[in-house]
Design a protein around this ligand. Structure first.
Ligand code: TXA
Ligand code: MG
Length: 336
């Protein structure tokens, strides 16, 4: 089993920072989801991430950095990225530390393997206090940035608690993975990704920041991604998949299907905002009416329903409105 340490103990943070500096793997809480972290400047450390996740080596990772000293974001990304456009700096100023990843032209100090061979690099300054303490402590040991994908096996649901991470990598020993337990992640779905390497901002992955917020902060229209955009594993059609089959339906469709099955409904869970009449065997979870609350619990709910052993998860389609874009995106991928 991996070693899990309580992140409120400063000695645990220091131990984790030393692991990173020595080329080891650390389960790192962030405000979005838990990351599987390694020194972004150490190619063999980064390749351990790909092996542990079973992730194809051409899928780039996000590099995490501590907050800028004196708020100078341009200086703080300068060692990882070159030719950083003004609109990207405006986005950093508006949303960092926070759930936003920016794709920028990569400097050679970032291991090419961390960037999946791309000439760009994804950079994010997380808002979670444990992530920030770890990134600062690692820097004191010479670690410039920390590469961290979500700490799940390739294609599976992202982890939002330390226990989820331990479950995903149960076969790794305590020498191979140290997990910092920083509690449940407050945002719950992965960061919004904006490509800033093409002269104009392009939305690669929706998250909890809305397009309107991003456009207001950078003063430019946000373009949708096109075919030329680099491959992003979070943008593969089938991703975030639980073992159970997920289907998105309206509340009425779910009720109609439950009515047809009646007492024969078995191995089914429903996750709905509307109240459903269902046989007792049907597992019912109430979807929060608030997008942020739904995002926060979404992956934990999918994992919990998987653990119960249901075969079908019928999810009520989220409401329209940009604040639901991130949740809608993850559910559509879980259902694909
Ligand atoms: O919230 C998050 O972003 C979490 C936490 C741990 O920070 N991380 C995360 O990492 O979701 P991951 O690897 O599961 O998803 C990162 C996404 C992938 O879809 C990857 O392809 C994309 O970011 N990405 C990273 N670097 C990129 C680059 N240089 N160009 C294009 N896409 C990139
Ligand atoms: Mg992921």
């Amino acid at each position: 089993m991996p070693l899990t340490l309580n992140a409120s103990d400063p000695a645990a943070i220091e131990q984790a920072a030393q692991r990173l500096a020595a080329g080891g793997l650390v389960g790192m809480p962030t405000e979005t989801v838990y990351g599987l972290a390694a020194d972004a400047g150490n190619a063999s450390a980064v390749s351990r991430i790909f092996t542990a996740k079973g992730r194809p080596s051409d899928h780039p990772l996000i590099v995490h950095i501590p907050p800028a000293e004196a708020g100078d974001w341009r200086a703080s990304v300068a060692q990882l990225a070159h030719s950083v456009p003004d609109f990207a700096v405006a986005l950093m100023a508006a949303f960092w530390p926070g759930p936003l990843t920016l794709i920028l032209p990569r400097r050679p100090e970032v291991a090419a393997v961390a960037a999946g061979g791309q000439d760009s690099v994804g950079v994010r300054c997380p808002a979670h206090p444990v992530a920030q303490s770890l990134l600062k402590a690692a820097r004191a040991h010479g670690v410039l940035g920390v590469a961290a994908p979500s700490a799940n096996r390739f294609g599976r649901v992202s982890p939002t608690t330390a226990a989820h991470v331990a479950e995903e990598f149960a076969e790794l020993g305590d020498e191979q993975l140290l997990i910092l337990d920083g509690g449940a992640c407050p945002v719950g779905i992965e960061s919004t990704i904006v490509d800033c390497s093409r002269g104009h901002p392009v939305l690669l992955r929706p998250g909890m920041l809305t397009p309107a917020q991003i456009e207001a902060a950078c003063g430019q229209p946000l373009r949708e991604r096109d075919e030329a955009a680099p491959r992003a594993s979070g943008t593969l059609e089938s991703h975030y998949a639980p073992r159970a089959k997920v289907r998105l339906m309206s509340g009425e469709q779910i009720q109609a299907a439950l009515d047809v099955l009646g007492q024969d409904a078995k191995h089914i869970a429903v996750y709905t905002r509307t109240t459903q009449r269902a046989a007792r065997a049907v597992v019912q979870r109430r979807m929060p009416a608030d997008a942020a609350a739904c995002a926060q619990e979404l992956f934990a709910v999918l994992r919990e329903l998987d653990a119960i052993g249901v075969k079908l998860i019928w999810v009520e389609t989220p409401p329209e409105g940009a604040e639901w874009d991130g949740v809608r995106d993850r559910l559509q991928r879980a259902a694909a």
